[in-house]
Write a protein that binds this ligand. Structure first.
Ligand SMILES: Cc1cc2nc3c(=O)[nH]c(=O)nc-3n(C[C@H](O)[C@H](O)[C@H](O)COP(=O)(O)O)c2cc1C
Length: 383
């Protein structure tokens, strides 16, 4: 029987066998030099039955990280490490995009040889950051990038996109969500610039435009996606007019004919955002502004995912925590099987534990021990 969740999708240049994608998930398990290694190869290979894997956020430049042991895509060793990952995923029949990342102000001087992190404007986020020596310390006030420096950062994204090509990825996702650098330029709460990158909405969009232009210089546009989180307050984010800002941001994706826009919704339980309130306006407006495929993410289960696809609200659903804990998630959803519970204590640490030791359904039938839930919607929403 064909259900919307298990029907094919033409996503830009790719044909996906179904609609259960793996959302990007930072796992802090790169080797020395922030190089992907065998452990990461194993993790991604295990999840190759995803319609599309979007990798964990991956820094495009050496210092532009804000968490320990996150992988990069700027050194030869990293490109080699990622090549092993893409080979493994392809051998297992999967498809994989690299998520291009620059954290901006969500960092600390200990990642920058003592210099302050950079951002569109010198506005410190509320909260704390984890240093490379695993201490939680308050965020510092970042230094505003000069106009010239912004151009240099665009070049870093271009290089990252080129390196992703050398590493054998099927495409790239521009990370414009969750309060990192591009989002900091987009939203009014973090961008008080007076040059061509700030002030008016048109100017706040310019950095996204230039990064997208750089990425589509390295890749055909039908292999490039972009991720937005218009209503998320994570990383102390705020925008005065999210419906307007993000319809215009989706319009940028449309101008470049990107393969997809990826929408991070709230972690609130569904029924979903599509139906009412500010979220309906914001996500509806983004859908209207973009002619390509929409990937929806945020606390979906099989029923709400099917509903979103049937109503034309989205074309592909990305699952984060559920994919983290269930390497064979598409099968579990297709067959209505219970799922493994994600262990939050090992999201960002733990080596092999909580990373490559989640059992498949077959492992469970063969006696592997794991506590299972009866339905995906019982997952605790993320704070
Ligand atoms: C452990 C963890 C790491 C994450 N890392 C990233 C990341 O690297 N890039 C990103 O865009 N979102 C990241 N997210 C957000 C997820 O992609 C997703 O939006 C969120 O988990 C909600 O989806 P879910 O309800 O299906 O888990 C992360 C979330 C978690 C739980």
């Amino acid at each position: 029987m064909s259900t919307p969740l298990f029907s094919e999708l033409e996503l830009g240049a790719l044909t996906l066998p179904h609609r259960v994608a793996m959302a990007p998930l930072t796992r802090n398990r790169a080797a020395k030099g922030n190089v992907p290694h065998d452990l990461n190869v194993k993790y991604y290979r295990q999840r190759a039955s995803a319609a599309l894997i979007i990798t964990e956020a991956t820094q495009v430049a050496p210092k532009e990280q804000g968490y320990p042991r996150t992988p990069g895509t700027h050194s030869d060793a990293q490109v080699e490490g990622w090549s092993d990952v893409t080979d493994a995923v392809h051998e297992a029949g999967g498809r994989i995009f690299l998520q291009l990342w620059h954290v901006g102000r969500i960092s600390h001087s200990s990642y920058h040889d003592g210099e302050r992190p950079v951002a569109p404007s010198a506005i410190a986020p509320e909260g704390e950051v984890l240093t490379p020596t695993m201490e939680m310390v308050p965020f510092e006030t970042p230094r505003a990038l000069t106009t010239e420096e912004v151009r240099a950062v665009v070049e870093q994204y271009r290089q990252g996109a080129e390196n992703a090509r050398h590493a054998g990825f099927d495409g790239v996702e521009i990370h414009a969500a969750n309060g990192y650098l591009i989002d900091q330029f987009l939203r009014s709460g973090t961008n008080e610039r007076t040059d061509r990158y700030g002030g008016s909405l048109e100017n706040r969009l310019r950095f996204l435009q230039e990064v997208t232009d750089a990425a589509t210089g390295e890749w055909d546009a039908d292999r490039v996606g972009v991720r937005f989180s218009p209503l998320s307050v994570f990383n102390d984010m705020h925008d005065d007019h999210p419906a307007e800002t993000f319809a215009a941001a989706a319009g940028v994706a449309n101008d470049f004919d990107l393969a997809y826009t990826h929408h991070v919704e709230s972690a609130e339980p569904k029924p979903p955002v599509a139906e009412k309130g500010e979220a309906a306006t914001v996500f509806g407006g983004m859908r209207e502004a973009f002619d390509g495929a929409v990937v929806a993410n945020g606390n979906y289960d099989a029923d709400t995912a099917t509903d979103a696809l049937e109503r034309g609200y989205a074309d592909l659903i990305a699952f984060g925590r559920a994919f983290l804990a269930n390497p064979d998630l598409p099968r579990r959803l297709r067959e209505g099987l219970p799922i493994n519970v994600p262990d939050e204590d090992t999201f960002y640490q733990g080596g092999e534990t909580g990373y490559v030791d989640y059992p498949t359904w077959d492992d469970l039938q063969n006696g592997a021990a794991h506590e299972t839930l009866h339905a995906l919607h019982e997952l605790t929403p993320r704070g």
